[in-house]
Design a protein around this ligand. Structure first.
Ligand SMILES: [Zn+2]
Length: 247
């Protein structure tokens, strides 16, 4: 997807909401300086996930469209029909005529009943293990398992920190191909994420584990091997892992 390759991992230079409907929303201010941590499309839903637990959700219905233009390239629709413009890397990403365009907290995006195609919610009161396993088995078996955990259609709600920490806690190398991770190991990762994410939701930010996340080069708390970091798969999402004790 072109939008993903243009926006993914980048901080937009500028965000504009030309349409009058959004003039009081202050999205340019609220999103300023935040990196786009993910771009997920489900049908006509598009989710632009920003660092800091904010998600721009759009639904195109029949009339809307997303376009990517190089700087200076003429737009195919009039400026007045643009709802959202993001300038990044010599391009403009524009949404036109979008009947649904909203900024959600990640918590709200996770609970939104319209997003029923999402996988089971990692923080749901009951967790459908069988559904999660079925979704995981439908994924490209070559995709590194760490990255598959970020696929919201497999399991909803696991972000980058939790992916890295849960794989570490379960002793699983996030680079192992998904097809080579048995169900019980995948469920072990999820069990950790469920327990610690709920705890963190109750007790706040300080309750988050920080064994490997953003600790590239530091010694592993379990075995002392320097922690490594590298981007994974199509979105190049950074992962952190210990090559000494994660298999
Ligand atoms: Zn280690």
């Amino acid at each position: 997807m072109r939008i993903r390759s243009v926006l993914g991992g980048r901080v937009p230079d500028e965000i504009l909401t030309p349409h009058l409907r959004h003039r009081h929303d202050r999205w340019p201010e609220r999103l300023a300086g935040r990196r786009v941590s993910g771009v997920d499309a489900y049908g006509k839903h598009l989710f632009l996930r920003f660092e800091g637990a904010l998600t721009l959700h759009s639904h195109l219905r029949m009339t809307g469209s997303w376009r990517v233009y190089r700087d200076g390239q003429p737009w195919r629709r009039s400026r007045g029909r643009a709802w959202l413009v993001m300038r990044v890397a010599g391009c403009e990403v524009v949404e036109f005529d979008g009947p649904v365009l909203e900024l959600l907290s990640d918590g709200r995006a996770r609970r939104d009943p319209r997003l029923t195609r999402l996988g089971p919610d990692v923080l749901g009161e009951s967790f459908e293990e069988a559904l999660f396993v079925r979704n995981l088995r439908a994924e490209d078996p070559r995709r590194p398992v760490g990255d598959s955990l970020l696929n919201q259609r497999i399991i909803a709600g696991i972000g980058n920190l939790w992916k890295a920490e849960a794989c570490f806690a379960a002793g699983i190398d996030p680079w192992r191909p998904t097809g080579e991770v048995p169900d019980e190991e995948a469920l072990r990762v999820v069990a950790f994420a469920r327990e610690r994410m709920s705890q963190s939701a109750r007790d706040g930010f300080e309750a988050r584990p920080r064994a490997v996340y953003r600790r590239g080069g530091e010694p592993c708390p379990r075995c002392g091997t320097p922690i490594r970091q590298r981007g994974q798969w199509e979105d190049n999402r950074l992962t952190f892992w210990c090559p000494g004790c994660q298999r």
